[in-house]
Design a protein around this ligand. Structure first.
Ligand code: BGC
Length: 385
């Protein structure tokens, strides 16, 4: 029955206007499918890799920014829908955007004043976010072309993306070879496995910046969020942590019990208003453990994120302002997508009390984040929402 619903859903989604229109026949078979995606202004070719699992779930990733442009998952009736924000073509990505779907590096999140000192030497990075350095700088890993190679996965289909960041790029020390393997498992998980190696000590903090919208459109204020985090890192007005680790209990930051994203958002006093905070995950970093889940009651889609990272930046799309025209004619207004960036805490390079982001030669940086998708036919059993 489930299979039948899924098949019907798949057929419905293929014939629905706007959904998966291009190259459908070529890309619905389980496997990895490669197609040209366009050319950068300097002529560099960009490819798109389409991963399809045994249930028809589909992830599309381009070599520009190792960036996920589309992710199609079923709703509670088995109908596939695209649940990430993005554009229809390469030109729009190149014109500039707030990191839709991108792989972020060399260091995700902020470094105060674009400066840090390592082994007695002070390094200066580009400041591309007011007084601070954000998401790897002016030309971070989201704006470079990665090489790609389909790889074998025992539980699904997978592609490995590799980027070699030269010594001194954006001010960072050392040649860094970074990889991210996107695996779409037959258990309906999107797993991101990252590695990095360097020839000089350098900070590293890789993450993915997908904007999720489990309903596929509209605002995400009614999505129900549940964090496995009792604490967060309070920030100053440029979003740099004060160094404090503060309990969320009873505050607007508290998602230790499931509640809608919008339920207390108006109590925040930042500008533009919204969540843009790092949660300190419960449990031991270095071990894959449940971090956060999000449920959309209208579609029934449930996303559970597991990670071995110490933190997650929860960003509620505060800076989206209706100026970006997205896929299939969508207009992205404030709160039309949320990001859950599994990561080390912001400004770790300057905060000795935070878990270290320093990678040294001879060591391998490794981290894994799993996005597990399922549906609930009704509300969760025992749920109070
Ligand atoms: C940051 C936001 C920023 C956004 C980029 C998030 O990771 O925390 O402050 O605006 O990325 O669009």
């Amino acid at each position: 029955m489930k299979q039948l619903l899924l098949t019907l859903g798949l057929l419905a989604s293929l014939s629905a206007p706007g959904l998966a229109p291009e190259g459908v026949a070529a890309t619905t078979a389980r496997g990895v499918h490669k197609a040209p995606y366009g050319k950068l202004p300097d002529g560099t070719a960009v490819d798109q890799y389409t991963l399809v699992n045994a249930n028809g779930l589909t992830a599309k990733i381009i070599t520009y920014g190792a960036l996920m442009t589309e992710f199609h998952v079923p709703d509670r009736y088995g109908t596939l829908g695209d649940v990430v924000l993005g554009f229809d073509n390469l030109d729009q990505y190149v014109k500039g955007h707030p990191y839709f779907g991108a792989t972020i590096g060399r260091v995700g999140n902020r470094i105060a004043k674009g400066k840090f000192t390592l082994d007695g030497k002070t390094y200066t990075l580009a400041c591309n976010d007011g007084p601070n350095h954000l998401h790897g700088g002016i030309r971070g890993f989201d704006k470079v072309v990665w090489t790609a190679q389909p790889v074998k996965a025992k539980d699904g289909v997978a592609v490995r993306f590799t980027y070699v960041s030269p010594d001194g790029e954006e001010g960072y020390p050392g040649t860094l070879t970074a990889t991210v393997v996107y695996t779409l498992t037959d258990a309906n998980e999107l797993r991101l496995d990252y590695t990095a190696k360097t020839d000089k000590a350098t900070p590293v903090n890789l993450t993915n910046h997908s904007y999720w919208n489990l309903a596929g459109e509209g605002d995400i204020l009614n999505h129900v969020l549940h964090f496995n985090a009792d604490d967060y890192t309070p920030v100053d007005d440029t979003l740099i942590p004060t160094g404090q680790i503060a309990p969320v209990k009873g505050t607007v930051m508290d998602f230790t019990q499931p509640k809608t994203i919008g339920s207390r958002l108006l109590e925040l006093n930042n500008s533009p208003r919204g969540y843009d905070h790092n949660y300190v995950l419960n449990g031991k970093a270095g071990k894959l453990r449940p971090a956060v889940s999000v449920y959309d009651r209208t579609s029934g889609r449930l996303l559970e994120i597991l990670t071995d990272q110490p933190g997650v930046q929860f960003y509620s799309g505060n800076f989206l302002d209706g100026t970006l025209k997205g896929k299939r004619g969508a207009v992205y207004h404030q709160y039309h997508g949320f990001c859950l960036e599994t990561q080390h805490y912001p400004d770790s390079a300057n905060q000795p009390a935070f878990p270290s982001t320093i990678l040294r030669p001879g060591k391998t940086y490794r981290t894994t984040t799993v996005h597990r998708f399922s549906v609930q036919s009704t509300r969760a059993p025992g749920a109070t929402w």
